[in-house]
Design a binder for this molecule. Sequence first.
Ligand code: SF4
Length: 351
Amino acid sequence: MQTLEKVNTIINTIKNNIEKIGRQLRIIEVCGTHTVSIYRNGFHTLFKGYIDFISGPGCPVCVTHEGYIDNLIELAKMNHTIYTFGDLLKVPGKSMSLAEAKAKGAKIKIMYSPVDAVENIAEDEEAIIAAVGFETTVPAFALSLEKVLEKDLKNVKFACELKTIDQPLKILLKDHIKVDGLILPGHVATILGVDGFKFVEEFGIPSVISGFEKYDILLSLLSLTQSILDNDFTVKNEYKRVVKKEGNTVAIRYIERFFERTDAYFRGLGLIEGGGLRLKSEYSAFSIQLEYDYDSLSNSACRCADVLTGKLKPFECPLFERVCTPQTPKGACMVSQEGSCNAYFRFGKWK
Ligand code: SF4
């Protein structure tokens, strides 16, 4: 428990640092869980005029193309059973979401973990596991494939839409956005370690790996504003209780055993070379090949792409709150609990 006095001292030091820097800072939080923490704890109002928080592309559901959803629905129509995390259910596809397809009788089941899914797949099911996520989630898919191999299951395949964090961040920082600092994703860093984010230093932008509690965020902002003041581009680690320099080497080995880099589509950033992971060729029998047109998106009114690249705040989208709400989402950023639009909607007082 931190004393109020200590917390106030940190807040004042952050503000003092920014006053010395002499301008409002643009800080991007790469991970959706940070977006939620920042808005739930009111840091956007506490630091109003000091920090402009910008949401990044680190919510896996938000960056997923609707064509992936359409592919899963088509597979369900062909009598496959789709196992998916619940947060993908309401993401709009071209004509419907997985939830709507399920209501119409498609065999779509929610999994709590891919390993759990493998344990529960019936012998007579042709199961497809929807593999969506960043490096944090990939080890769980690796473990589930190991279980499939152990059990010698022939009726399970993976629909891989797995993402890596480094490539989209490089593209974002190089071509899309100018920021003063980055709050780096603590969950992914748990796997990749501080070493996994050393590439950020080459961009000459201060950064910090942060935890998700309010005190974590404050300490990270303190570190980040100090780095900006000092022109210090070293990646700082304010999540030391969880994140090691070298990361989780066991999990990394698991990822490398089953997966290899591939190109991947990110909403707002397009197709990114090496931005994703697919099963290695020796495991291709367990992979479903997906095909969709990256350039075609049906809901042109949804501005998720701009939100995810820091060009637009959710409340600037004409659909926000009027027609797009968590109950009636028009885009992935409103569906996911980690989406910026969803966070703005739930924790309000954004204006
Ligand atoms: Fe898309 Fe809705 Fe966000 Fe607008 S408010 S960008 S429609 S998710």
